[in-house]
Write a protein that binds this ligand. Sequence first.
Ligand SMILES: C[S@@+](CC[C@H](N)C(=O)[O-])C[C@H]1O[C@@H](n2cnc3c(N)ncnc32)[C@H](O)[C@@H]1O
Length: 295
Amino acid sequence: MSLHQAVLANEVLEHLNIKENRNYIDVTFGQGGHSRLILQANGPEGKVLGIDWNPEAFEGAGSLKKDFPKRLTVKYGNFADLDELMKTEKRKNWDGILADLGWSMDEIKSSGRGLSFQIDEPLNMVYGNVESENAWDLVNKAPFEKLLMIFRDYGEERWAHRIATRIVEQRRLAKIDTTKQLADLVANSIPKRFHSHHIHPATRVFQALRIAVNHELENLERFLPQAKKYLKSGGRLVVISFHSLEDRIVKQAFRQWMKDGEGKVVTKKPVIAGAEELEKNRASRSAKLRVWEKG
Ligand SMILES: C[S@@+](CC[C@H](N)C(=O)[O-])C[C@H]1O[C@@H](n2cnc3c(N)ncnc32)[C@H](O)[C@@H]1O
């Protein structure tokens, strides 16, 4: 049973402008929450192509395939390599593309890769077969300045300097091998009176490391112009982001394309969750949805 609830579900359906027999790509298939809603709305012949870089994400796809025979295809891969993934697709023009960025609750809680400070696991965090430094490498080997940048810019952590200093001191004595060791070190670096009542003191540092290890901002930057190519005229690109740097990348790309005369920004301001959803789904608190329509 998935822990994940699709965020901004009604808003996604409305802004993708779902119509019967039209075709959509969901580049962050996850637990298939949004894909299921799209398939319910674009029947009887409309197709969905689901992409995800976590093969476990497709475990639930079997039941979706049964419920919507011949209408769902899933593909393993990084959405930053969309051109590559589309090479084997006959259809080159789609009615809409959805990206619901970040991680699902299931991945955070049970990835086995140390994504969460709540579960004691080896520090790793790597997704999508990227040949890159993992979280252990960064924490134990990256220069102080790099750690500082990651915590400050990606984590928007006000104690970034102090945390990076403590990490560099600690790792001279013994390596920081597990999520618990790191979470404790971060918590001890921030004076108790500044600990939030709402979030764990290590939340921002873990978010920052996930972004750095998986090149999340670069992936988004590479993905957006590729996605634009696979839309029909009038087709829509809908992106939900959870981080201010991601939202800025999306906002700037959409504005630039509008200036270039390639289409229009549908959402002048980002769409956010309403009171009812905020109450039910914590993940929706920081969700921002932006929409672009190809001319
Ligand atoms: C927030 S979840 C999506 C949940 C999904 N919309 C649902 O309703 O079930 C984000 C998903 O995108 C995947 N993902 C993140 N970055 C990716 C990338 N660069 N390429 C492909 N998949 C990615 C994650 O593995 C995760 O499954």
